[in-house]
Write a protein of this length. Structure first.
Length: 428
């Protein structure tokens, strides 16, 4: 039996048909996918999910569509999937020790098909586009969303149009968007300018919008939470720690937890910590100063994936943080890159934005907010190779212009071609 689902405004609570082609309410509020969970047999649902674990092919082998009952319960023929998800949950090693949190686990979403967590939301968003008969999709992006959308659009046979801030995208991400055939438009301005433009364009030209303002993107990203808890045999950690950019990811995380808690699949509410870069920190500023939300006009950070000054999902994000008795923290450029050096040196590796998790954990442990004995899961959102320039420049100590010294740099050593020189280099 499919669960009754619909769209609902988070502000005025007006409801709409699930596939009503809209991204906001008539009042301007954001939309949620809501479900009637009252008749769901939780034990049977979890049993289905367990039965699908390890399937070799088909939609149910995906780490998103395994949980389709709480994602988007649609016919198999509609699903656009690249077998996303099924990412590993690593002991954090020296990264956790650096943060003072030895029980920290790191969920590596950079192991998705296009190298970031965006694939989970994109498989659901593209499937929704397929259901309504869309032929062209679009997004604004700092990089990961564009790479993911272009790949899934190519899989579905859609045209894709990408709006990126001119000169503000890591080449590892731009390369993917171009390679997958996305029509890439470099907009004069920052991400927020590109986001405003793409919304107007989609409305005017009847193009399907696949940014996280699209509620189906959030639904797909919920699968990160479901998969983590299944990997932990449904034992809930004390904390989830997650980077904060456009804030769709922690919105999805909290929404997943709310649904699992309502269904009594979990009996404990973990606390959520959202970590923003200090140069793109509107949610942190609001949280710390207890003021209204004010966008950052010119966000700047080496963590390009979260270089967003006016995150579209901030209201949904705040709802989840408050529900979980969570917190918001910020990390400087130096703190982010030091944490990244530790994540990379642990043999895990991630792009700078992901490593806000470890930087933020370190600060929250030092402040006594997170107990050093607590269990925690940090979500690494993107692959190390998404931004190779940041890696190389850190280890060559070329980031001093933005206030980052390569404290943990690992520079290559030039030597003559002799065994003695190799021995000296190893010994040193």
């Amino acid at each position: 039996m499919k669960i009754k689902s619909w769209l609902e405004c988070i502000n005025c609570l007006k409801s709409y048909d699930l596939f009503d082609l809209r991204y906001t309410c008539k009042c301007g509020g954001l939309l949620d996918v809501k479900r009637d969970l009252s008749r769901v047999n939780s034990k049977k649902l979890v049993r289905k999910w367990e039965e699908r674990w390890g399937m070799k092919n088909g939609a149910a082998s995906s780490g998103v569509w395994r949980y389709k009952e709480l994602i988007l319960d649609t016919d198999r023929k509609n699903i656009v999937s690249k077998q996303e998800g099924n990412t590993r949950l690593y002991p954090s090693g020296k990264a956790g020790l650096y943060a003072g949190l030895p029980k920290l686990l790191l969920k590596h979403e950079g192991e998705n098909p296009t190298g970031s967590f965006k694939d989970r939301g994109m498989t659901c968003g593209t499937t929704a586009a397929n259901i309504i008969g869309a032929k062209i999709v679009a997004c604004a992006s700092t990089g990961n969303t564009s790479a993911s959308m272009a790949a899934y659009a190519a899989k579905a046979g859609f045209k894709s149009v990408i709006f990126i801030p001119s000169g503000k995208i890591a080449y590892g991400k731009l390369a993917q968007a171009l390679a997958y055939g996305g029509k890439t438009l470099q907009v004069e301005g920052n991400f927020d300018d590109a986001m405003a433009l793409v919304q107007d364009v989609c409305k005017e030209l009847n193009i399907y919008l696949l940014n996280s303002i699209n509620p189906f993107r959030i639904e797909g990203q919920k699968a990160i939470c479901f998969e983590i808890l299944q990997q932990l045999d449904w034992n809930v950690p004390d904390w989830f720690i997650i980077p904060g950019g456009n804030l769709g990811n922690n919105t999805a995380l909290s929404k997943a937890l709310m649904e699992l808690y309502e269904l009594e699949i979990i009996k404990k509410i973990p606390r959520i910590a959202v970590i923003q870069a200090a140069g793109a920190n509107p949610l942190y500023t609001m949280w710390k100063n207890k003021t209204s939300f004010v966008p950052v006009k010119n966000p700047e950070t080496i963590a390009t994936a979260i270089k967003i000054g006016n995150p579209i999902s901030w209201e949904k994000s705040l709802r989840g943080i408050e529900w979980s008795n969570g917190v918001v923290e910020e990390a400087t450029e130096q703190e982010i890159m030091e944490a990244k050096a530790m994540v990379d040196a642990a043999g895990i590796g991630a792009e700078p934005a992901s490593c806000c998790v470890v930087a933020g954990a370190k600060k929250l442990v030092a402040a006594g907010v997170i107990d050093k004995k607590a269990s925690a899961v940090g979500i690494l959102t993107g692959n190390l190779l998404k931004d190779p320039d940041a890696v190389i420049n850190y280890h060559f100590d070329k980031l001093r212009g933005i206030g980052v010294n390569g404290q943990f740099k690992n520079m290559p050593v030039q030597i003559p071609a002799t065994i003695e020189a190799v021995k000296r280099a190893i010994d040193n």
